[in-house]
Write a protein that binds this ligand. Sequence first.
Ligand SMILES: Cc1cc2nc3c(=O)[nH]c(=O)nc-3n(C[C@H](O)[C@H](O)[C@H](O)COP(=O)(O)OP(=O)(O)OC[C@H]3O[C@@H](n4cnc5c(N)ncnc54)[C@H](O)[C@@H]3O)c2cc1C
Length: 400
Amino acid sequence: MSEEILVTIAGAGVVGCATAYELSKVINGNIVIVERNNSVKGENQSSRNSGVIHAGIFYPRDFGPLKSSLCVKGNSLLYEFCEKNNVPYKKCGKLVVATSPMEEEYLEDVLRIAKENGVEGISTLDRNQINKIEPNINAVSAIHAPSSGIVESTGLVEALYNRAEENGAIFITSNELTDINPCAREGFNIGIRSVNGNEQFKTKIFINSAGLYSDEIAKKINPELNYIMDPVKGESAKFSSLRRKNIRLSGMSIYPVPFGYLPDGERLNVPFKQFLELFKQHKVTKSVGVHISPTFDSDSIFTVGPAYSIPESRQDYKPSRKESYYLDKVLQFLPGLKQEDISLHQVGIRAKLKDRYDYVIERDESFSGCINLVGIDSPGLTSSLAIAKYVRKMVLEILQ
Ligand SMILES: Cc1cc2nc3c(=O)[nH]c(=O)nc-3n(C[C@H](O)[C@H](O)[C@H](O)COP(=O)(O)OP(=O)(O)OC[C@H]3O[C@@H](n4cnc5c(N)ncnc54)[C@H](O)[C@@H]3O)c2cc1C
């Protein structure tokens, strides 16, 4: 490649593809996406996830403006995109359930966050109302979020890739970005490696959307940056409600209240105020626990997960939890499930940043033609199109 490229994006996961798609609507050609996998199917986080379209009720503004706002914006953009581009989705709604008075403290916080984030259609349900919709769910109260749903995540990545390519964006797969060095005046020299050898080219703007490796790429340009990836393994299982005649589920996602989780993935059962103090000190993470989501396989097959643990490496995709783990977690709100109904499904690794709750989407202070997207963990799938619009604005500012 001898000519100078206007925008280069590292990583063709859902965020890189959405960004390429948004930019390709306003920049004629001259956008290159470098992806080390041999196809664009979102093989990393973007296919190994729960596929839930989040409503935006779990991400508090007080811990960062990006997740809280981009999830809500991304939710409606995603439905619009899926509808126009024939990407499979179901707007099935979500129930967040509390099974004890202590869990109700956490549920109150979910309601507060939903209100602050402007999530529409939220309602609270008591035990009777829950039982009318979900007779097999055991809960004292719940929040219903009708704008939550599920999306076929690989279908989403492929559709974004196809639309971007139609608009002239060039995807270079089976190529790893190995070097990136700022040029003397502006722009960056990029080195890529494939089985055919090494190549170099120059780019004016560089967007780092490399998921789990985005911290390493950011430091290649600016070693002073202190992003530290703290990857979290998230495993899931599946169960078929057909196997158990006494279990009937309406087809919504069912979530326990988000709780504090210790580094080994175990839930911290303490009152909400105590959790909040520990969370502020980054001693625990806050996460949605093992939940049930519908699938596209059939109306009776559900996923159960994720089960969290610390991965041995960023490629550690081997399952470390047994079926009994999922059963133990789900029985709290879905009594009646049996271990033989559960089979292991998939393993993903979240690009979580150490001691940081919110996404990082910012221009490098020293090399302002570089936009870093770091720590785009859950709900990054939901937020992807809103993140892309946010990045598009930054790119247009650089080009002014
Ligand atoms: C278990 C789990 C469950 C989740 N559930 C949900 C959910 O239900 N809803 C939701 O909204 N979000 C969910 N998420 C989060 C969501 O999947 C991610 O936020 C999103 O997929 C991030 O996309 P990405 O494009 O930033 O990263 P990725 O999909 O990881 O893509 C990064 C890409 O960069 C490429 N790359 C890296 N380094 C290089 C290099 N040097 N050269 C070239 N290419 C490179 C990789 O090959 C990869 O394709 C979940 C995540 C996990 C792990």
